[in-house]
Ligand binder design. Structure first.
Ligand code: ACM
Length: 271
């Protein structure tokens, strides 16, 4: 599977302009899976619910999902991309998966970050893995990485590759992904954005770039720079992610003892 990401700086609120820019950037790319950032065509720093309402789209009928589906069909390409979703009275921080036959599915971000909590509802889809012709693709969105349960759930659901649309502002993710991938023996494609947004009082939100592809053994296969646009792809082998053997006597999944960590699936904290 040839997998990759596109890292760039969208202009806030200019969905059509950003979409055109992305479509043009990936026009000559030859890949099986392309991951785009969180909120890749709208920008990130919403300042009101009205603004969110104006820029959110229905999935799959909105223009962004339609454009991605058409691109997938034209280029025989799977795409994972983040966008604000309008669903009835709710708004979600969502990511869609499209493929050669068009729209495949949507994931709604489970763990909202910072002021996303002011405008978006916590995702209600749960983590999802799609079994496609190129491999099993799971999705988590940006801050989901901070909760090891996210990647673990996707791995237990059979993901070979975790597509990870992001708008990272804290510095820790790029160096944490190797541990998460090794703990779960999965690939991850983190697609982050670059640039900054200053849409309200206070310090600007600076996005850290450094999109990367991480292997199941924790190797960083490729990492983009912090402030440059980048379209990078490389060959990965989903079969590697399906081998969960650690030694001849240890298996990452078969050796688990869920009865010893039952509290993880409970909503309580012991102090
Ligand atoms: C993030 O979840 N956008 C940091």
């Amino acid at each position: 599977m040839k997998a990759g990401f596109y890292q760039y700086c969208p202009v806030f609120g200019k969905t059509e302009e950003n979409l055109r820019r992305v479509l043009s950037a990936v026009r000559d790319t030859d890949a099986d899976l392309l991951v785009l950032p969180e909120f890749f065509a709208t920008g990130y720093q919403f300042v009101s619910r009205e603004e969110v309402a104006g820029l959110s789209e229905k999935i799959p009928d909105g223009q962004t999902t339609q454009a991605l589906s058409a691109l997938s069909q034209k280029k025989n390409l799977h795409i994972v991309a983040g966008l604000p979703e309008k669903a009835g009275e709710q708004f979600y921080n969502s990511a869609v998966l499209t493929g050669p036959d068009g729209f495949i599915g949507v994931y709604r971000k489970t763990h909202l970050f910072f002021e996303e909590k002011l405008f978006f509802s916590p995702g209600d889809t749960g983590f999802q893995v799609w079994d496609t012709v190129i491999g099993r693709i799971g999705i988590m969105i940006c801050f989901d990485w901070y909760f090891p349960e996210s990647m673990r759930t996707l791995a237990l659901m059979g993901a070979d590759v975790v597509a990870h649309p992001s708008n990272l502002v804290l510095p820790h993710c790029p160096n944490s992904m190797p541990v998460l991938c090794r703990e779960n023996r999965v690939y991850a494609v983190t697609a982050n954005r670059i640039g900054q947004e200053t849409r309200k009082e206070g310090p600007p939100l600076r996005f850290i770039g450094q999109s990367q592809i991480t292997a199941p053994d924790g190797t960083i296969l490729v990492r983009a720079l912090a402030d440059n646009e980048a379209l990078l792809t490389l060959d990965i082998d989903p079969a590697v992610a399906r081998n969960k053997a650690v030694t001849s006597l240890n298996n990452l999944f078969e050796d688990r003892r869920p009865e010893m960590y039952r509290i993880i699936s409970e909503n309580r904290i012991l102090r």
